[in-house]
Design a protein around this ligand. Structure first.
Ligand code: MN
Length: 202
């Protein structure tokens, strides 16, 4: 039985203090409980608007509705991926191992070059955006991608393995306007085990 449902804000897979000092409790609470929730609510509101319009046989501005829907669903799913590819301080970071370590070594020549390219993708995202590590099943190659706002300019078949949120709301309390410091701190809490699981789960 396939029953339509609404989106739900996922709980974090760790405590609010667990990413400190790299991401503070206050920053994480606002980011998860306010910003992420807003995308969940925004997506659900549009789904309900679509339901209502269909019931009433009413016309909708499809272009703006779908754009807004993409923004909110993208926001919800990217944040869900983001929380999952972070690990408590002391348990994350380090070098990628397993299949992901192998893939990164083959494509980039090693983790240092990958880290450099991904950092540059994150720090140079214009305005509000994301950097993502994706994987192409056709070529077995990882490709770094930039996301504008929450509208994933995704290659449709590529699997997203790892993301970083570089919207200012992700770091302003901890790092003010210094995105590069936040991106640097991110490397200490990457959950490589999860990134590897996403890759192997292809
Ligand atoms: Mn965010």
């Amino acid at each position: 039985m396939v029953t339509p449902k609404l989106y739900v804000l996922p709980e974090l897979p760790y405590g609010y203090k667990d990413l400190e000092p790299h991401i503070s409790e206050e920053q994480l609470r606002i980011h998860h409980d306010k910003h992420h929730l807003a995308y969940v609510n925004g997506a659900n509101a549009i789904l309900e608007k679509l339901d209502k319009a269909r019931k009433d046989s009413a016309d909708l501005d499809m272009k703006s509705t779908l754009k807004e829907l993409s923004f909110h669903i993208g926001g919800h799913l990217l944040h869900s991926l983001f929380w999952g590819n972070l690990a408590p301080a002391g348990k994350g970071g380090g070098m990628p191992g397993g299949t992901i370590g192998d893939v990164i070594a083959k494509e980039f020549g090693g983790p240092d070059r990958f880290r450099k390219e991904f950092t540059q993708a994150a720090t140079s995202a214009e305005g509000s955006g994301w950097a993502a590590l994706t994987f192409c099943r056709k070529t077995n190659r990882p490709i770094i991608m930039q996301v504008e706002k929450h509208n994933t300019n995704v290659y449709p078949m590529f699997k997203i393995l790892m993301v970083i949120d570089v919207w200012e709301h992700a770091y302003y309390l901890d790092y003010k306007n210094e995105r590069a410091k936040f991106v640097e701190a991110f490397w200490n809490i990457v959950n490589w085990e999860e990134v590897n699981k996403r890759l192997e789960g292809l």
